[in-house]
Design a protein around this ligand. Structure first.
Ligand SMILES: O=P(O)(O)OC[C@H]1O[C@H](OP(=O)(O)OP(=O)(O)O)[C@H](O)[C@@H]1O
Length: 249
């Protein structure tokens, strides 16, 4: 029998489907649970089941329970990170649809997953906390026409009842090269001092938002900028967390 994700229902069995059923954005089968069907929600939720590093949200590989292989040496300056899901199949398809195919309607699906995980695993936030997106590089903004992190930040802030501050961070002009094309050391190097926060944060909690966290170099640079501006606590919420790879970048 075909895997449930790919099985087609016979027309007879479709009789009686509530009118509100609609195709799941991931598998295309009918969904009674919003944009994603129950199976796809389960598939996105399955890998780590809470067995994640609380600082960088890495799904911990076996035998890494005592120290996270990614941020164990203290390379990430945020206090806690929460992710919507892992950046692997099937969640990567949502990210690609949003960022590459520019299907902006995916933002609602991504933000819902992010907020759901934040409510489960995120620390309590002060009501005065600001939600700050990672700014896009100039070339990416020009190519894509929107900043994915800002689109997500607006939705996340609305759902959490917080204020989104989309223009509070300035990016230093840097090598116009996407992070994804660089290795770990080069990413950190490229991001050093990349952001400056334009308003004092005066003891405020900050929730940084981005679409993908790979090495954490981007979030680390922004978190340091927020700390220099006086933030009390800096947390991060991302749509997808890249899984750990044995290979050292
Ligand atoms: O955790 P890190 O190793 O720092 O990588 C994560 C960053 O990489 C991607 O941006 P990128 O610069 O590739 O640009 P993009 O907007 O074109 O994806 C992504 O949007 C994150 O901002």
């Amino acid at each position: 029998m075909a895997h449930p994700l790919f099985r087609r229902e016979s027309p007879k069995r479709l009789v009686g489907i509530p009118l509100l059923a609609r195709p799941c954005v991931l598998c295309g089968l009918r969904s009674l649970t919003g944009a994603l069907c129950a199976l796809c929600r389960y598939a996105l939720d399955t890998p780590a089941k809470g067995l994640r590093c609380s600082r960088c949200a890495l799904a911990l590989p076996p035998l890494a329970l005592l120290a996270c292989p990614d941020c164990g040496a203290g390379q990430l300056s945020v206090q806690a990170t929460v992710t919507g899901f892992d950046y692997e199949h099937p969640g990567d398809m949502l990210i690609h649809a949003f960022k590459i195919s520019r299907r902006l309607e995916m933002a609602a699906v991504l933000a819902e997953l992010m907020v759901q995980q934040w409510r489960r695993h995120g620390p309590p936030l002060d009501q005065n906390a600001w939600v700050i997106p990672v700014p896009s590089q100039g070339s990416a903004l020009h190519r894509r026409g929107f900043n994915p992190a800002a689109v997500l930040a607006k939705r996340v802030a609305r759902s959490l009842g917080l204020s989104a501050r989309l223009h509070v961070v300035a990016s230093r002009p840097r090598q116009e090269q996407a992070q994804k094309s660089l290795g770990r050391q080069a990413r950190r190097q490229a991001m050093r001092g990349a952001f400056s926060v334009l308003e004092p944060l005066g003891g405020r909690d900050v929730l940084l938002v981005d679409d993908v966290l790979t090495t954490g170099a981007t979030l680390d640079a922004l978190a340091r900028g927020c700390q220099r501006a006086g933030a009390h606590s800096v947390y991060a919420l991302v749509a997808a967390r890249a899984p750990w790879k044995l290979k050292v970048f």
